[in-house]
Design a protein around this ligand. Structure first.
Ligand SMILES: [Zn+2]
Length: 169
C-alpha cells in the first residue's frame, strides 16, 4: 500500500499500488474535503535519473574561529566562491570574518557530459591562493575534484560532496 497526500486538506489517502500499471494516472477524490486530484504511478528504479534532475553536489565550509559550518549547493557551470560582502555578487558567499579569504576567491566549474559530471577548481587571482589537498594551485591550473576533496582558501577549508548517483567513481 502507498500513501498519497491530498493537495487541498493535506490528509493522507491510502491505495494499493499493485492494482495499477507503472506510469498510469490515477484520479482520487479526497474523503475528507472531496477534492479531486490525480497522480501518476512512478516507474520503479527510474526516478530522478534524468541528467537534468541530478544535483550538482555541494560544498561544506568547516567551522573555524571565523565562521560556523555552512553548506552551499553547486550549480552547473561556474560557481564563484568568496567571502560574503555587501556589494559583491558571487554564487557562493561564505559568511566569515576570515579576511584572508578574497571576496571573489576561487571557482568550481561543474560540467555535465553524457551522464558524467566533472568538477574542476581554479583560483580567481586571489591574494592568498587556492589550495587543493594542501597543494597550491598554479595561476592557470584547473584541478579535477572528487568527492571529499579538501579545498583551502585563506584560513578557511571546505569539502566537496558529490552525490553517488552522479556518474562519478
Ligand atoms: Zn482533502
Amino acid at each position: 500500500m502507498k500513501k498519497v497526500r491530498c493537495p487541498k486538506c493535506e490528509n493522507y489517502l491510502t491505495f494499493d499500488e499493485t492494482q495499477y500499471e507503472e506510469g498510469q494516472s490515477l484520479v482520487f477524490i479526497c474523503e475528507h474535503c472531496r477534492k479531486q486530484f490525480s497522480i501518476r504511478i512512478k516507474k520503479k528504479g527510474r526516478e530522478g535519473k534524468q541528467p537534468a534532475d541530478q544535483p550538482c553536489g555541494s560544498i561544506t565550509v568547516i567551522e573555524n574561529r571565523f565562521a560556523y559550518e555552512q553548506t552551499f549547493p553547486l550549480k552547473e557551470g561556474n560557481n564563484l566562491i568568496g567571502r560574503r560582502c555587501i556589494g559583491t555578487v558571487v554564487d557562493i558567499p561564505i559568511e566569515t570574518s576570515d579576511m584572508s579569504m578574497d571576496r571573489r576567491h576561487c571557482i568550481i566549474h561543474v560540467k555535465k557530459n553524457a551522464g558524467k559530471t566533472t568538477f574542476t577548481l581554479r583560483d580567481n587571482a586571489s591574494l592568498t591562493g587556492t589550495f587543493l589537498q594542501n597543494e597550491l594551485l598554479g595561476d592557470k591550473e584547473q584541478a579535477l575534484l572528487k568527492d571529499g576533496s579538501v579545498v583551502t582558501i585563506g584560513a578557511t577549508t571546505f569539502v566537496l560532496h558529490i552525490p553517488a548517483a552522479n556518474g562519478n567513481e
